[in-house]
Design a binder for this molecule. Structure first.
Ligand SMILES: [Zn+2]
Length: 546
């Protein structure tokens, strides 16, 4: 390998002879028709060997074309590169000696082999309705895990080298991997049906590669399943009656911003898609929708969906799309994510000029969306107007525990399967006997590891002027209190996502351990939201009564 090659001085005759002697059994890959054919012009300047040795014409080492070749070499699986300087004549000599041998490694065939394995893994994951596949190349092996109903599970191992080659093979058929193909840079891409690797029920695979060392990395592939775009049922996703009503009222509006927040797999896309399609049908297809996202994930009825070629300059691409959107004057604008100051001001402008704008931002709560918009340069004055800020939604997805094998809390406590403190707090908050409360079971033939699906837990706000003014002019805490105060006491009667999650845990739908891990600590709820406890108990009873 390259690191074992001692460094001969190629400017001397002795050095060149030593090099040729050592190189006698090396494989050149940059020659005409060889694996990494660099073209006739670059052959005057560079010779690449499969072991990572690259001989470069003196003074050309830092040319961008030479740099590009070394990046390409890494992409071909060459881990360590050693560059040696030599005169052009010597490089010519090297090509005469090594440049016409047939490649020993058939990269294309290797790619096909790895793609076959990759395809098998994707099919396996899709069969179990996994949301993503994690491939982590470790020193000794490649770990392959999938996430089903929010839980990670290992489905197999491959040799370390195979893992890295599989990742390379994945990007070879993916689109939009960006400029660099190196193992040591971050890469993104998307794989579609035309890759030939996806099962019928998967229409896209999003790839995110993270280098973890010079030669290894981790690939996360998110599966996007084929969904029926006419599906317009928002209510069944798991919202409470009040939240479903809020969402219905938001879709009736033809102006204002409606913004979702939540982490990567929080079901935002599904909700957004169904909301917009329901809106389109409710309004008898008489509205126009313009959408810009990167990559395109929403399947929208009757919408113009801009193709964003973001690449490295997403900000510019989105700005252009927004300008085009405003010029085509649609009723509804959908923006994948508000993530720059310019987009923020354009979004607000759109909302103020008679468009409904639906989008997402990174925020940890519904009210936190306002803070995020301020950080993105929004004018406080603009955000005080409920005609501009029409709706704020924050959500998470939690596993639905199997009704057939769920375990009563009392039993889980006896078996020490749950923390005693957590169990007691759970029973105290919900006011229920431990035998009436349930946690995740061991799994049975009717479920997968005790889970049967996922459900939304959320908080939705349709702000009024008072809430927005309080938030902007007074304090966030005050605004939040006003939101949580019951209607009959002059507040907005809102409930935070933790309240919704606890209702579902109390009704035996979600696991309390996951609620605590994914949403918030019970202790925090008990300490800061104790005024909601009577309501929590009523809400659990109501949900159980159906
Ligand atoms: Zn079960």
């Amino acid at each position: 390998m390259a690191q074992e090659v001692s460094e001969p001085d190629l400017s001397t005759q002795a050095g060149r002879e030593r090099f040729l002697a050592e190189a006698s059994d090396w494989e050149m890959i940059s020659g005409s028709g060889q694996t990494m054919d660099v073209g006739p012009q670059m052959r005057g300047a560079v010779a690449v060997f499969k072991n990572g040795v690259i001989v470069v014409a003196s003074g050309q080492r830092h040319r961008p074309q030479v740099n590009a070749i070394s990046v390409r070499a890494r992409h071909f699986g060459i881990a360590r590169i050693k560059m040696l300087d030599a005169e052009k004549d010597f490089i010519e000599e090297l090509y005469k000696a090594f440049g016409s041998t047939k490649p020993k490694t058939n990269w294309r065939a290797l790619d096909l082999e790895r793609q076959k394995t990759l395809s098998r893994i994707i099919h396996e994951a899709a069969e179990m309705r996994a949301s993503d596949i994690h491939m982590r190349v470790l020193e000794d092996y490649t770990e392959i895990k999938i996430r089903v109903n929010g839980r990670m599970m290992e489905i197999g191992q491959e040799p370390s080298q195979d893992g890295q080659e599989m990742i390379r093979a994945a990007f070879a058929v993916a689109q939009g991997q960006g400029a660099s193909g190196s193992d040591s840079t971050f890469q993104q891409g998307a794989m579609f049906a035309n890759s030939g690797l996806l099962p019928e029920n998967v229409e896209m695979l999003r790839l995110q590669y993270t280098p973890t060392s010079e030669m290894r990395g981790a690939l996360v592939m998110r599966l996007k399943y084929v969904s029926k775009s006419y599906e317009t049922d928002v209510d069944s996703l798991g919202y409470s009656l009040q939240q479903a009503t809020d969402l219905r009222n938001m879709r009736l509006k033809t102006n204002g911003m409606y913004i979702f927040a939540g982490k990567v797999s929080s079901g935002k896309t599904t909700t957004l898609q169904r909301c917009l399609n329901a809106m389109f049908l409710d309004k008898r297809k008489e509205i126009s929708i313009y959408a810009a996202e990167d990559p395109k994930e929403l399947e929208l009825l009757g919408a113009i969906q801009a193709q964003i070629n973001a690449g490295t300059n997403a900000v510019t691409a989105f700005r252009d799309a927004m300008k085009a959107a405003l010029r085509s004057d649609p009723n509804v604008i959908v923006l994948g994510e508000i993530r720059s100051e310019e987009l923020t001001s354009m979004a607000i402008e759109a909302a103020k000029t008679g468009h409904a704008l639906w989008s997402t931002v990174h925020a940890g709560s519904a009210l936190g969306i306002l803070n995020r918009l301020i950080n993105l340069g929004a004018e406080r004055e603009d955000l005080k107007d409920p005609r501009t800020v029409g709706g704020l939604i924050y959500q998470r997805l939690l596993g639905v525990i199997c009704q057939h094998c769920r375990t009563p809390l009392s039993e889980a406590l006896d078996n020490e399967a749950i923390d005693a403190d957590l169990a007691e707090r759970f029973a105290r908050l919900t006011g229920r006997d431990m035998s009436q409360l349930y946690v995740l079971g061991r799994g049975c033939d009717k479920c997968f590891k005790g889970l049967t699906g996922r459900t939304v837990v959320a908080e939705t706000i349709r702000p009024d002027a008072r809430l927005l003014e309080m938030y902007m002019d007074e304090s966030r805490v005050k605004a939040e209190q006003y939101w949580l105060t019951p209607n009959e006491e002059g507040g907005m009667g809102g409930a935070p996502v933790m309240h919704h999650a606890l209702i579902k845990a109390g009704a035996g739908i979600c696991d309390i351990d996951e609620v605590q891990g994914e949403v918030d600590l019970l202790e925090t709820y008990e300490r800061e939201l104790s005024q909601l406890v009577p309501r929590l108990r009523r809400d659990i009873d109501a949900l159980l009564a159906g």
